[in-house]
Design a protein around this ligand. Structure first.
Ligand code: FYN
Ligand code: ADP
Length: 586
């Protein structure tokens, strides 16, 4: 395994050879990629051993989807493509969900899957794990490539990296047939065939006319608003974004994964007056945020429209790296196409040259009106959080989480569920960029443990995963992975015995429970103890606080079963309206 015997060339000289295994590893390392998230098996088991032997960090999971989610979020956090490695057909398909999710979320990721004999697959003769993986991956990701010859590995990896991180980032599939790994070639020629990608995500500078158009629109606004999306968080232009917001004095609304780009306690944050600002603003600047369902497609009552499809009266500026994003839902009056770093610094320069230090702050009555709404909502929230009901509910439990994050602002918060997601988003303030990782554009369940593993591995910081009991189930087996790598992850399961809540009953009176109900009183904490981690069973905020503080202090993998009122929680949390209602009459 792993070693390639030197071959004797015809001249009698010893010729150093390399092979597909080593060329892939060398190509990744040459491009600064030092971690692989994956799951070994035919035909990539030896590859994982050799990668580890070559000094790469190889993190093995229990299911490929979780490895894929880990790779995707590592890409978001680092701007380097996260690598997920899987076996053929079923392993590939398991990783594909994460690849599609990464693409939808604009996270750079490369799914590398081994594949079976091309000749047999193409003639459909029934190979072990036979599947035309390239064809299946293509419509679900940004780009898909296959490498058939060892001398093309350098180009294949370079194309995959460029496709993942340039322009709008996304998921890339790289198909590596089993035969490729064992192919040999002259070591020197192999080395020369590798490419160190120069400037993988080139800056995209916005046009000066586009910058002027945007500044003119902002300048004339009476009720301006900036919406920060996860593209703004990804861009790592934190200081300039903060500068732009503070120098213009414009109120801003963070989308969920943009929370913490500026501290949520910032006086210009309009998060607690969301409905008001969206409906009332006259000029809205979107920074790395799409007008998709999370922003009601930029129209309807949310935006002050007269009915659910009507456009509001506001004008939009949109900063995005993808020119095709513009006008996708409503008219964009001032598109600013380019990378966020370049666009924001161009805006700052234009603001300087236009107005010097005298850029007029937004009208006081707009700021006052927002402050009034915000103060009212904050006071209402404070009142709810101060209650200490028995049994514990989402609010009293999250009041604890809120304090823990405040005391540990470098900790990363992973969050999934329905109510567990929605309440956490509005209750737990974030203080630093890219610290909140959640279900993203699809609202997908199952990211929890994959994101947690990657967050801990990439950052070395403590991770707190706030999980609905249903959401946790999608990736729960990875608690073994947390223990195996001894990661500082504290999983808190908000256990209310079911999907949304645990109180539904089977209307027939039959022996099966309702489709949304789980085993009552489940002890998820014992799952963690089974693998040597710390389990805690908590029923009060005081117990929860103690267990969380201990987890942060010890940095041991910890799972806290936080029992909450089984009647707490609404159907689908804040998005109940997306459920269709039956029109059937008796
Ligand atoms: C927000 N709010 C606050 C605060 N932050 N009040 C007090 N204090 C703080 N810190 C207020 C805010 O102004 C809103 O009140 C309300 O709380 C809700 O805010 P939120 O959650 O930001 O806004 P809303 O309306 O829920 O946003 C829509 C959404 C969001 C689609 C962006 O619901 C979302 O991100 N959903 C993702 C759901 C998902 O993916 N679920 C997973 C699948 S679950 P008002 O201004 O008074 O309205 C499968 O079933
Ligand atoms: P949110 O869900 O937080 O609203 P979205 O995922 O909808 O955020 O939007 C992110 C947007 O950011 C995408 O349209 C994407 O093209 C854009 N984007 C991602 N990275 C960059 C970047 N570096 N520069 C400019 N735009 C970016």
């Amino acid at each position: 395994m792993g070693t390639v015997e030197p071959q004797v060339a015809q001249s009698g000289d010893v010729q150093e050879v390399t092979d597909g295994f080593h060329l892939v590893i060398d190509a990744l390392k040459l491009n600064g990629i030092d971690t692989i998230f994956g799951l070994p098996g035919i035909p990539i088991t030896d590859f994982t051993r050799m990668a580890q032997a070559a000094g790469m960090r190889v993190i093995s999971f229990r299911h490929e989807q979780n490895a894929g989610n880990a790779a995707a979020i590592a890409g978001f956090m680092t701007q380097k493509p996260g690598i997920c490695l899987t076996v053929s057909a079923p392993g590939f398909l398991n990783g594909l969900t994460a690849l599609a999710n990464a693409t939808v979320n604009c996270f750079p990721m490369i799914l590398i899957s081994g594949s079976s004999e091309r000749e047999i697959v193409d003639l459909q003769q029934g190979d072990y794990e036979e599947m035309d993986q390239l064809a299946i991956a293509k419509p679900l990701c940004k780009a898909a490539f296959r490498v058939l010859h060892a001398e093309d590995i350098g180009v294949g990896i370079a194309r995959a990296i460029r496709a993942a991180v340039s322009g709008r980032p996304g998921g890339v599939y790289l198909d590596l047939p089993a035969k490729l790994f064992a192919q040999t070639m002259d070591a020197e020629a192999g080395k020369k065939s590798l490419i160190k990608v120069v400037d993988p995500a080139p800056k995209q500078i916005p046009g000066t006319d586009a910058v002027k158009r945007a500044v003119d629109l902002l300048k004339g606004a009476k009720k301006p608003l900036i919406v920060l999306g996860k593209g703004a968080a990804y861009a790592q232009a934190d200081a300039d974004i903060r500068d732009l917001i503070e120098r213009t004095g414009i109120p801003y609304l963070p989308m969920s994964m943009a929370k913490g780009l500026l501290p949520d306690t910032h006086e210009q944050s309009a998060a607690a007056a969301r409905s008001y600002v969206l409906a009332e603003a006259d000029v809205v600047m979107l920074v790395g945020a799409r007008l998709n369902w999370l922003l009601s497609h930029g129209k309807g009552k949310t935006w002050g429209g007269t009915d659910h499809k009507a456009w509001g009266d506001q004008k939009f500026i949109q900063i995005d790296i993808s020119p095709q994003e513009i006008d996708s839902n409503v008219r964009i009056d001032a598109p600013l196409v380019g990378d966020i770093g370049s666009c924001v610094s161009a805006l700052l320069a234009a603001i300087d040259s236009n107005a010097g230090s005298s850029w007029a702050k937004p009208p006081a009555d707009w700021l006052r009106a927002i402050a009034e709404r915000k103060d009212k909502n904050l006071a209402k929230m404070a009142e709810t959080l101060a209650k200490d009901p028995t049994p514990m509910n989402f609010h009293s439990a999250l009041n604890v989480v809120r304090d823990i994050i405040k005391a540990n602002p470098d900790a990363i918060l992973v969050n999934e569920g329905a109510n567990a997601l929605d309440f956490t988003r509005s209750i737990v303030d974030m203080y630093k960029p890219r610290k909140r990782l959640d279900v993203g554009t699809w609202g997908v369940m199952g990211i929890g443990m994959g994101f947690s593993v990657a967050a801990a591995v990439v950052s070395g910081q403590p991770v707190i995963a706030i999980e609905g009991d249903s959401a946790f189930g999608f990736s729960g087996m990875e608690v073994e992975t947390l223990c195996r790598y001894d990661l500082p992850v504290c999983v808190v399961i908000f256990n209310n015995n079911g999907v949304y809540r645990g109180t539904d009953v089977n209307p027939t009176g039959g022996p099966d429970v309702a489709p949304t109900v789980f085993v009552k009183g489940a002890r998820y904490d014992k799952l963690m103890e089974a693998f040597g981690g710390v389990g805690a069973h908590t029923t009060t905020p005081a117990e929860l606080r103690k267990a969380m503080e201990e987890a942060i202090r010890s940095r041991k993998p910890t799972l806290i079963n936080a029992v909450i009122d089984e009647a707490a929680g609404t159907e689908s949390g804040r998005i109940t309206s997306l459920n269709p209602t039956s029109g059937k009459k008796k």
